[in-house]
Design a binder for this molecule. Structure first.
Ligand code: AMP
Length: 192
C-alpha cells in the first residue's frame, strides 16, 4: 500500500489536489472534514457532536476523529491500494494514533507532502470558496482567522513529527492547479 498525508493550512488546496491524486494513483481518500460534513448532513450523533467545534473553526476532540478514521480504514482496507489522508492528522496525538492504526495492519505512512501557501492567499481563497461551498466556516472572517490560528498552534507540530521521521517534504502551493499537481506527482513517484 502507498499511504500519503497531504498537509497544509485551510485553503491550501488539499481537497483540489487530493481529487487529482486519487484519479492518478487510485488511492482511497480519507478527508476528515468531508466525513464530518457528511455526518452533519445525515444528522448522526457524531455529526451533532462535531458541529459545535466546526462552527467555531476549532478542532473536534482527538478520540472522536481517530475513531472515525479507524472505522473508515476498516470499511475500505480490503479494496484499497493505499490512502491519501487530507485534513488528518491535525494534532501530534492524531499522528501517533494513525501510525499505530497502520502498524496494526502492517502498514505505514510513506510520506507527508505539505502545501506551503502565504496567509493572505489562504484567506482570499477561503472567502472565494465560501461563495459557493455553503460552508459557514468559509464565510466568517473571525472563523477563518481562528482556523488559521488553530493550524499554526495545534497542527504545525505534526509537520515536525513527520520531519523527524524523514518523511516530510514541502511544496510551494501557489501557481496553477496543474503545476502544483506536477510537483506533488514527482514527490509521490519517489515514494512508490
Ligand atoms: P476541513 O474541511 O479539513 O477544513 O475541516 C473542517 C472542520 O472539521 C475543521 O475546522 C474542524 O472543526 C473539523 N476537523 C476536520 N478534520 C479534523 C481533524 N483531523 N481533527 C480535528 N478536527 C477536524
Amino acid at each position: 500500500m502507498l499511504n500519503i498525508i497531504l498537509f497544509g493550512p485551510p485553503g491550501a488546496g488539499k481537497g483540489t489536489q487530493s481529487e487529482k491524486i486519487i484519479d492518478k494513483y487510485k488511492l482511497t481518500h480519507i478527508a476528515t472534514g468531508d466525513l464530518f460534513r457528511k455526518h452533519l448532513g445525515e444528522g448522526t450523533d457524531l455529526g451533532k457532536l462535531a458541529q459545535k467545534y466546526m462552527d467555531e473553526g476549532n478542532l473536534v476532540p482527538d478520540e472522536v476523529v481517530i475513531g472515525m478514521v479507524d472505522e473508515r480504514i476498516k470499511e475500505t482496507k480490503a479494496s484499497s491500494y493505499g490512502y491519501i489522508f487530507d485534513g488528518f492528522p491535525r494534532t501530534v496525538p492524531q499522528a501517533k494514533a494513525l501510525d499505530t492504526l497502520l502498524e496494526e495492519k502492517g502498514e505505514k505512512i510513506a510520506g507527508m507532502i505539505a502545501l506551503d501557501v502565504p496567509e493572505e492567499e489562504l484567506k482570499k481563497r477561503i472567502k472565494e470558496r465560501g461563495k459557493t461551498s455553503g460552508r459557514t466556516d468559509d464565510q466568517d472572517e473571525a472563523k477563518i482567522e481562528n482556523r488559521i490560528k488553530v493550524y499554526q498552534e495545534e497542527t504545525l507540530p505534526v509537520a515536525n513529527y513527520y520531519d523527524g521521521e524523514g518523511k516530510y517534504v514541502k511544496i510551494h502551493g501557489v501557481g496553477s492547479i496543474d503545476e502544483i499537481f506536477d510537483k506533488i506527482s514527482s514527490e509521490i513517484d519517489k515514494l512508490k
